[in-house]
Write a protein that binds this ligand. Structure first.
Ligand code: F6P
Length: 572
């Protein structure tokens, strides 16, 4: 048994679970008229109701004891003060510094990072304003009408989600595009609509070695140069956001067009950095700063509120309760908001790349579950797709429901109905429907006794299914900043409780390494035998197909030879 499972706070929670699991939330609400007031809180623009979770005061107090036992406050302060808590990569974790509102120095490895942050923000402001005001002109003197962000993972999901979420604030003068997929169809479809005269490419990559991004960048550069016939024009149409200045320059991007960030910003925490350049262009630097301020306010709340009144801590500990004591290893996010439709996929990377870890800080294999499976959808669409399983499936799934009190499009009059669906779902999950209620309902409908007996088991809902509800006035930049930071800190807290490093991502390396090797296996048509029989079989199936089909992909009029060159010279 690990030290964590054997620890006093964990053992108390395990024992406590035995009594709690026999309770139904219906009874908890019936016994305490103040349950809602007891288990809700406001932090900045966000209101959280967590009363519809199977827990009591005692549960919460034991969960906070666990957080204290695991020295949460110590690690939190270590993160904010720039200590190298990402010890497997020897890095500080300072995305919070990017949005810090105080002028005080923030140190990483003995250096104040504040002046560099301010300088990049200033550069972002100048550049984004030039683009927005039509002062940055393309090679033929025309204004930029289309911006293509090429990046993947944290260099794509964050800016893409934010720009979608803040669409009411986005300029309609510039079209924003995102390309991440190595499948050439995405870049091909994107550039097919564009003119090189009026397009700006932002190559966003922390490492500037990620092959998906590099392939797309090379394709974009090839498309551009083949049309404008002059490499000099690249500097009017390509900028880069990266920590790897040397590689950016090698790629051919002008040094003045580089927006720097630093290795103490994790990829999935990078939208606050220059990776947010596309956001600044889309919504303007003033609004981008509001996004930063919203996040900074949540940082302030997280670092100063007592654990018992600390929103990220409460959400995190509810998750631990479900995952580790009720063996529910999944968590869903249901946004009742069209603009938040990309939020679940953003959260997937944030949570699963951070906490999908199997060893603790001492390198020992853990004997408890760490990061849950994160997924979600827009609530209303989900209701007509998979909510059946949420209500009557055999696997309970805790949900976070999110909604804005005000709609940006109130004229169509849908919002009160949307709100009623939002309220109804968490109520239904919690209450369920008893046999007596189902019988009474069918009686009232005038069904025969035989029909009632047939339908009764199918109409019963067990209920007692947990959810959190998060409400906010409107989805403006400030609120969105706070919301994202809320979940960043929730993920951090859970990582501390699980004693893992939430800030590395070694787990994505093996697939990358193998793909790099297999690329070379595909260069000719000779059968391969060095892999397992399944992988050999799949590769050889593909090679056979390719040769039977007349070597379509290897024909001289395609890009294969240039791709080979890229692989050999740029990525080796
Ligand atoms: O492969 C995972 C990952 O390293 C993510 O952590 C990161 O956000 C993404 O790839 C993109 O990396 P980069 O910005 O260096 O291209």
């Amino acid at each position: 048994m690990s030290a964590l499972i054997d620890s006093p706070a964990w053992k108390k929670l395990s024992a406590h679970k035995e009594t709690i699991e026999k309770l139904h939330m219906r009874a908890l609400f019936a016994d305490n008229a103040e349950r809602f007031e007891d288990f809700c809180l406001q932090a900045g623009p966000l209101f959280l109701d967590y009363s519809k979770n199977l827990m009591t005061d005692e549960t919460m107090s034991l969960l906070f004891d666990l957080a204290k036992q695991e020295k949460l406050e110590h690690y939190r302060d270590a993160m904010f003060s720039g200590q190298e808590i990402n010890f497997t990569e020897h890095r500080s974790v300072l995305h919070t510094a990017l949005r810090g509102q105080s002028a005080d120095p923030i140190m990483s490895q003995g250096k104040d990072v504040k002046p560099e942050i301010d300088a990049v923000l200033k550069k972002m402001k100048n550049f984004s304003e030039q683009i927005r005001k039509g002062k940055w002109l393309g090679y033929s003197g025309k204004e930029i009408t289309d911006v293509v962000n090429i990046g993947i993972g944290g260099s794509d999901l964050g800016p893409k989600m934010v720009i979608h979420a803040l669409k009411p604030f986005v300029t309609r003068k510039i079209n924003m595009h995102f390309v991440s997929n190595l499948d050439g169809s995405q870049i091909a479809e994107t550039i097919s609509e564009l003119s090189p005269e009026t397009t700006l490419f932002i190559i966003s990559s922390k490492s500037f070695t990620t092959s998906e991004t590099m392939f797309n960048a090379v394709t974009a550069r090839g498309w551009f140069v083949s049309r404008v016939k002059n490499k000099e024009f690249i500097k009017k149409h390509f900028v880069a956001v990266s920590t790897n200045i040397e590689a950016v320059q090698k790629f051919g991007i002008d040094k003045h067009n580089i927006f720097e960030f630093w290795d103490w910003v994790g990829g999935r925490y990078s939208l606050w950095s220059a990776i947010g350049l596309s956001i600044a262009i889309a919504i303007g630097m003033g609004r981008f700063k509001e996004l930063l301020e919203g996040a900074a306010n949540m940082d302030e709340h997280f670092s100063s509120a007592p654990l018992e009144e600390n929103m990220p801590v409460i959400l995190a500990m509810m998750g631990i309760w479900h995952n580790n004591f009720f063996a529910i290893h999944t968590q869903a996010f249901m946004a009742y908001d069209h603009y938040l439709s990309l939020f679940p996929s953003y959260l997937q990377q944030l949570d699963m790349e951070s906490n999908g870890k199997h060893v603790n800080r001492d390198g020992e294999k853990v004997d408890y579950c760490t990061g849950p499976i994160i997924w979600g959808e827009q609530g209303i669409n989900g209701q007509h797709a998979f909510y059946q399983l949420l209500h009557q499936g055999t696997q309970p799934i805790p949900c976070d429901f999110l909604i804005a009190l005000d709609s940006y499009n109130p004229a169509c009059g849908h919002h009160p109905v949307l709100m009623s669906n939002f309220f109804a779902q968490s109520e239904a999950l919690m209450l369920g429907k008893t046999e007596a209620e189902a019988r009474q309902e069918m009686n009232a409908e005038g069904l025969s006794e035989d029909e009632i007996e047939l339908l009764l088991p199918h109409k019963v809902f067990e209920g007692n299914r947990s959810s959190n509800s998060i409400l906010f006035k409107e989805l403006d930049p400030h609120t969105l900043g706070a919301l994202i930071a809320l979940y960043e800190h929730k993920v951090f807290v859970q990582g501390i409780i699980w004693r893992i490093n939430s800030f590395d991502q070694w787990g994505v390396q093996l697939g990358k390494q193998l793909a790099n090797q297999i690329q070379f296996d595909l260069v000719d048509d000779k059968p391969v035998s060095k892999h397992d029989s399944s992988t050999n079989g799949l590769i050889n199936y593909y090679k056979r197909y390719r040769s039977i089909e007349g070597n379509k992909l290897l024909s001289s009029n395609n890009d294969w030879s240039s791709l080979q060159k890229i692989m050999e010279h740029e990525f080796k």
